[in-house]
Design a protein around this ligand. Structure first.
Ligand code: ZN
Length: 563
């Protein structure tokens, strides 16, 4: 976690959570922006480099150079250190107290270089002194790389170091370093956003984009060329969108990178999606499934045939749910085959086949071929067209369990989607076994979440949800707590107040009554009403139960459920 924090610490200030902002908070933010602006101007007048020190990913180890009392007395903050050379953010270099503290550092043998920052920024940055990472030293990173010893990891002291290395290293090494650091940070995507003089680099972590650092146009160009070369994209084409991919190994773990580019005014913008084939999947419980949805999905392993479809928009965690299902079906006595584009994760004991649309190996043609391979369970990455949908439905009706995903907003909408694609209701009704629709909400950081009295407005939202839940499943109903947990922000969570994600989900389990409903041409609303009598909670209601349980916030649930 410590390393992750260093890499993403800028998100603490600039990442921007989706929480609604009160006018008071907005005012504070505006004041703060003004203060940073004036610090920037003052830096120009004093010919000192400006630093947004609160947003700077300072390595907590550096703080050992100066006690917190001295940092406060001198209104300054050490933020970067190489050997005996120390960079310090100061608010007023002319202040006698500041000069006294600097002199004491120089007396201790440090070559001090000054940058100018706002006093508020320095006060914010000094909070790092209170962090566990400063108090307890560095703990192991939380992700899968934790027990792996990679030379790069040692070299990556913080993002400043990374940025510096990117500027100095040959492009190939620089790019590797960038990818390893993204994996360490738990990033799913790397974004390159070139502007006139610089290129902004951002990582997507837990579904939210966070600024990491800026590189010079020159460095950007070198990296971009190398990236395109590696991904098999045409180097001489810069004015058209391109796609490419490549993979590399980290200690025998294969990492796939899918690259896409679009032309912008100051160069091509790239988004690199990182697929870590060695990723381990949690259980349904760990992903956030509970109650009725947990039971239906766990029981799915008893299915002999039928379709299990996981739906939701991009980034809603569909693939992970699908893989947990696959893991469940992956038994010695059953043959499991997947058709994927791309193969995101490798599963032992599962036959995984890569789609190649350019060569005519599509989901529908692949599925026909796979069915001749005598599988018990087939997973196809996505149902996008009628042809694939029809073969999939037939497979589900002829003794196979078929798993797939669809881009629909709700569980019931999937029925409508399949029939409007052109699959006959007579086929759809008996083929469907389980439909799930899901979204990801961020989990409140367990370290810093703060309880506050439940407001009348919050109570209203929760009461409305609980009324609906009572109608569906009285056993799930819980009292509204007097206090609710809210996001605060600490060093552990990069100041965001959230750490990790969990699903909120609605799960529809088909039975004869629902199937008859489809055959009778009942509307989505009517089918939903029937499903609710069988225990299906809506995604929002599932989310509100998680709010009451103190796992997330009302705003998070509303962020992903209101479209
Ligand atoms: Zn926290």
């Amino acid at each position: 976690m410590a390393d992750t924090q260093k890499i993403v610490a800028q998100g603490a200030v600039q990442g921007g959570s989706a929480e609604p902002v009160s006018s008071e908070q907005a005012l504070t933010r505006i004041n703060r922006d003004l203060e940073e602006k004036s610090a920037r101007e003052r830096a120009g007048q004093l010919k000192l480099p400006y630093i947004d020190v609160a947003g700077f990913p300072t390595n907590p180890d550096i703080l050992h150079t100066l006690p917190v009392e001295e940092a406060r007395a001198g209104v300054l903050m050490p933020f970067y250190k190489v050997g005996k050379s120390l960079r310090i953010a100061v608010a007023d270099p002319a202040s006698p107290e500041t000069q006294r503290v600097i002199a004491s550092l120089q007396a201790a043998g440090f070559a001090v270089e000054l940058s100018l920052a706002s006093a508020a920024g320095i006060a914010d940055a000094q909070k790092l002194y209170a962090s566990d990472q400063y108090q307890l030293k560095v703990e192991a990173p939380q992700n899968n790389l934790e027990d792996q010893n990679i030379q790069y990891e040692k070299e990556l002291e913080d993002t400043t170091e990374l940025k510096k290395q990117l500027e100095e290293l040959p492009a190939e090494e620089g790019l590797n370093l960038l990818h390893v650091s993204a994996i360490k940070a738990g990033a799913s995507d790397i974004h390159y956003e070139p502007e006139e003089k610089i290129c902004r680099m951002r990582f997507r972590i837990d579904g939210i984009l966070r600024p990491v650092f800026e590189i010079s146009q020159e460095t950007y160009k070198r990296l971009a060329n190398q990236l395109k070369y590696k991904a098999g994209m045409k180097l001489n084409i810069t004015s058209e969108p391109q796609d490419g991919r490549f993979s590399f190994l980290i200690n025998s773990r294969k990492i796939d990178v899918r690259v896409s580019s679009i032309p912008l005014e100051y160069g091509e913008s790239f988004v690199c999606r990182i697929l870590d084939s060695g990723k381990k999947f949690g259980s349904f419980e760990e992903l956030g499934f509970s109650g009725h949805s947990l039971k239906v999905l766990t029981d799915a392993s008893n299915l002999a045939q039928g379709m299990v479809l996981v739906t939701g928009p991009t980034g809603s965690g569909k693939t992970t749910t699908l893989y947990v299902l696959l893991t469940m079906f992956n038994q010695p006595d059953s043959k499991v085959i997947t058709l994927e584009d791309p193969i995101e994760y490798h599963l032992l004991g599962v036959t995984q086949s890569q789609i190649n649309e350019k060569r005519g190996y599509t989901f529908s043609s692949g599925l026909r071929a796979v069915l001749r391979h005598d599988p018990d369970v087939v997973m196809i990455g996505e149902i996008r067209d009628l042809e694939t949908a029809e073969v999939a439905v037939q497979a589900a009706l002829t003794g196979h369990v078929l798993l797939s995903t669809l881009h629909t907003n709700s569980a019931i909408e999937t029925v409508v989607r399949l029939t409007t694609m052109g699959v006959s209701p007579v086929m759809v009704a008996p083929a469907l076994s389980i439909l799930t629709a899901q979204r990801l909400v961020r989990r409140l950081c367990a370290t810093c979440a703060q309880s506050a009295p439940t407001t009348a407005e919050e109570r209203g939202v929760l009461e409305k949800s609980l009324q609906q839940i009572t109608a569906v499943d009285p056993s799930a109903v819980v009292p509204i707590p007097e206090q609710l947990l809210a996001a605060k922000g600490c060093v552990e969570c990069n100041g965001l107040g959230f750490r990790g994600q969990m699903v909120i989900v609605e799960v529809l389990h088909f039975d004869d009554e629902l199937r008859q409903g489809i055959l009778d041409g009942k509307s989505a609303a009517q089918l939903t009403a029937i499903a609710r009598t069988k225990g299906m909670l809506s995604m929002a209601d599932d989310g509100m139960l998680k709010v009451i349980a103190g796992q997330t916030t009302i705003a998070e649930v509303q962020r992903v459920t209101t479209t």
